[in-house]
Design a protein around this ligand. Structure first.
Ligand SMILES: [Zn+2]
Length: 571
C-alpha cells in the first residue's frame, strides 16, 4: 500500500515537497514494514525530521499491557498508557522496540529495523500509541530531504512479549547489525575470561587507603570461594569528582594499592568519565569547539553536582584521543585490570548540529560510530583488557565487555536486555541495601542471577558481621553462576517457567532513589536457559522464609524448595 502527497507547497506555489509512505507485508519474516520518503526540491527550506509510522491504540486501554523500553532491565510492563518521548540510544531506550500484550493471548511488537543505530525518538502517547521520530541528516539545511534507510516493523505474535523480543533478536542476528559483529561470547577469542566470571562485585568510593583496607576485608571474608572484582572510585589525587576529564596526578598510593590488590587476585576497575568536559577546567576554552552543538551553535550544558559540563562530540578525534590518553595511563602505568567508561551506554545520545565536526548535521549514526571508534582505539592498544560502561544500550553490545545495571529494580521490570542479548553480553550489579528484609534481598538478587547477571556492587557496609547472612547469600549466587557459565554467560535466556503450584506473592520493599517502595513479586520464580550446545537448564529460586512448592509442568520440575533455596535443574 502506498500513500503519496506530491507537490506540497512550502512557499506559495513552489510545489517543493513530495511525501511517499509505504506499508507492505513481509510474509517470510511475518511482519508489516513501514517506510517513509520525503523529496524536497526547495533551495530555501530543509527537512528537520520525520515521524512515521504513528499508530494509536495498539491495545485497548484496560485490556492489555504496554512493555515500554526503560528501567534497569531494558523494559517495564505497565497496564496503564505511559506517555514519553525519548531519544534512542539511551538507557531509557536501550533497544529500539516496544511491545503490547493484549489480554487475548496475542500481541504486537513494534521496532525500528535500523542496523546502524541512528539517533531517533521513540514516542508513546496516552492511548497506547507509538511512533518513531527520526532527525534528518543535514537537518534543516536548505534542500535537505529524508529517507530513513531502514524499515519500521510491526510484528503480530501469539503469546506474550517474550515472542516479540525473540523476533527482534532473530532480526538483529539475521541483519548482521554492526553491534553483533563479534558474535556470541562463547565463540570470541578476544573476550576476557575475567569478565565472563567476575565473581562478586564490590563498589569502593572512599579514599585510596580506605578502599584498599576494604578490599582486604572482602578478600578475607570471601576466602577464595569466588573471584572479587572492584569498581574503584576516587583514585585521583584530590578525591571527589574531578573536573573531567582531568584526573592526574593520581593519589600517591594508588599505584601501589593496585599492585597489592591485583597480587591477591582482585580485579581492579577504576572510574573514568568518557562523555563530558567541565567548564571550570582551564582546557575548556580550547575543548569547547569539540563539544556537541545545538541548532543555534551553542553547546549543550549539563549540571552535575552544581558544576557545568558539556557533552563532547565523540565523532571528533580530539575527544576520542583525550579519553584514550587517560586509559593509556591507567593500563600502561598503573596496571589496572579493566576501566569503567562512565555514561557512554547510559546517557542519551546528544544530537550534534555542528557543521565543523565532519559528520552530518543533526541525524545519523555518528554519535554511536564515534564511541565505537573510541573504544576500538583503546582495545587495539590494550588487547584483552576489558572496558565497561554504565547501564546498557544495544549499539555497544560488541564494544564493552560488561554493563553496570545499577538502577532501581521494580516488580514491573521485564528482562528485555537478556531476552534479546543473552549470550552476547555480560551485565553486573544489583541495587539492594543491607536494610532489606532477607526475603526482599533474596528476591531482587536471585532474580538478577536468573536473568544472567553478575551480582554484588555492594558497598563495604555489607561486610559487617550483622549482615553475614546477606553477604553469604551473594557469595552463594556468585558460586552458582560461576559453576554454570555455559548457561548464564554463554547461553540464551529462553523464557520464564511458570510455577503451576500454589506459592504466595511476597509483599516487599525495594529501594528507589533513596526511598523504600512497596513491591509485589512471586515467592518462587524460574527461568529457562539454553547453552550454545543446545542443553537446557532451569534455575528456580524460592525467596521466601518458608518451604514452597514448584511445578514447572514436567516431572523433573516438580519439587519443594527449602526456605531461600536456589536449585539448578539440568537434563
Ligand atoms: Zn559533532
Amino acid at each position: 500500500m502506498r500513500f503519496v502527497w506530491s507537490g506540497l507547497d512550502l512557499d506559495a506555489g513552489d510545489g517543493a515537497v513530495d511525501v511517499i509512505c509505504d506499508v507492505s507485508r513481509n510474509e517470510e519474516e511475518g511482519r508489516f514494514e513501514f517506510r517513509i520518503k520525503v523529496e524536497n526540491r526547495s533551495g530555501k527550506y530543509g527537512l528537520f525530521d520525520t515521524e512515521y509510522p504513528k499508530l494509536s491504540s495498539l491495545v485497548r486501554p484496560g485490556n492489555g499491557a504496554f512493555i515500554h523500553p526503560g528501567g534497569n532491565w531494558g523494559g517495564e510492563k505497565k497496564r496503564k498508557p505511559y506517555a514519553f518521548k525519548r531519544i534512542y540510544p539511551d538507557f531509557h531506550v536501550p533497544i529500539q522496540l516496544a511491545a503490547y500484550d493484549a489480554d487475548t493471548g496475542d500481541g504486537v511488537m513494534m521496532a525500528a529495523l535500523d542496523a546502524d543505530a541512528r539517533i531517533k525518538y521513540v514516542v508513546s502517547d496516552a492511548s497506547f500509541g507509538l511512533s518513531f521520530l527520526v532527525p534528518a541528516e543535514g537537518a534543516g539545511l536548505p534542500g535537505a530531504h529524508g529517507t530513513p534507510p531502514f524499515a519500521f516493523a510491526l510484528y503480530p505474535y501469539h503469546g506474550d512479549w517474550w515472542k516479540g523480543a525473540k523476533r527482534y533478536r532473530a532480526w538483529a542476528e539475521k541483519a548482521k547489525v554492526k553491534w553483533l559483529s563479534k558474535g556470541r561470547i562463547a565463540g570470541r577469542k578476544d573476550f576476557p575470561k575475567a569478565m565472563r566470571d567476575a565473581g562478586l562485585w564490590m563498589l569502593m568510593t572512599d579514599d585510596v587507603p580506605t578502599n584498599e583496607r576494604n578490599v582486604n576485608l572482602t578478600v578475607d571474608k570471601v576466602a577464595g570461594r569466588v573471584p572479587i572484582s572492584v569498581h574503584w572510585y576516587n583514585w585521583q589525587f584530590n578525591g571527589g569528582d574531578p573536573i573531567y576529564p582531568k584526573y592526574f596526578p593520581a593519589h600517591p598510593d594508588f599505584s601501589n594499592a593496585v599492585r597489592r590488590c591485583t597480587a591477591k587476585g582482585v580485579r581492579v576497575m577504576p572510574y573514568v568519565n568518557a562523555r563530558i568536559w567541565g567548564h571550570l577546567d582551564p582546557g575548556w576554552p580550547q575543548a569547547k569547539r569539540y563539544a556537541c552543538c545545538q541548532p543555534d551553535g551553542s553547546v549543550y550544558v549539563e549540571n552535575w553536582r552544581k558544576k557545568d559540563f558539556s557533552a563532547m562530540c565523540p565523532f571528533t578525534k580530539f575527544w576520542r584521543d583525550d579519553v584514550v590518553s587517560v586509559t593509556d595511563a591507567l593500563f600502561g602505568t598503573f596496571g589496572v585490570n579493566s576501566i569503567y567508561l562512565d555514561q557512554v551506554a547510559s546517557m542519551v545520545a546528544v544530537i550534534c548540529y555542528s557543521s565543523d565536526h565532519g559528520h552530518p548535521v543533526g541525524g545519523g549514526s555518528h554519535w554511536v560510530d564515534g564511541y565505537r571508534q573510541m573504544v576500538a582505539d583503546i582495545h587495539r592498544r590494550y588487547p584483552g583488557k576489558p572496558l565497561t560502561s554504565e547501564n546498557f544500550c544495544e549499539p555497544y553490545v560488541d564494544t564493552f565487555e560488561n554493563f553496570l545495571l545499577w538502577c532501581p529494580n521494580y516488580d514491573t521490570d521485564v528482562p528485555l536486555i537478556p531476552a534479546v542479548y543473552s549470550g552476547y553480553i555480560e551485565t553486573f550489579a544489583c541495587i539492594a541495601t543491607a536494610s532489606y528484609s532477607m526475603e526482599a534481598y533474596r528476591a531482587v538478587n536471585s532474580r538478577a542471577l536468573m536473568w544472567g547477571n553478575q551480582g554484588g556492587w555492594c558497598t563495604p557496609g555489607i561486610l559487617k558481621d550483622a549482615h553475614a547472612e546477606k553477604f553469604e547469600y551473594l557469595v552463594k549466587l556468585a558460586q552458582i553462576r560461576g559453576k554454570n557459565l555455559e548457561y548464564f554467560s554463554d547461553g540464551e535466556l529462553i523464557g520464564e517457567v511458570v510455577n503451576k503450584a500454589s506459592a504466595p506473592m511476597l509483599n516487599l520493599k525495594w529501594i528507589r532513589w533513596g526511598s523504600m517502595i512497596d513491591q509485589r513479586v512471586p515467592a518462587v520464580q524460574a527461568m529457562r536457559w539454553r547453552s550454545p550446545a543446545g542443553k537446557e537448564m532451569v534455575v528456580v529460586s524460592n525467596s521466601s522464609d518458608n518451604e514452597q512448592p514448584f511445578d514447572g509442568g514436567e516431572d523433573r520440575l516438580r519439587f519443594k524448595l527449602a526456605a531461600g533455596e536456589i536449585r539448578i535443574v539440568k537434563p
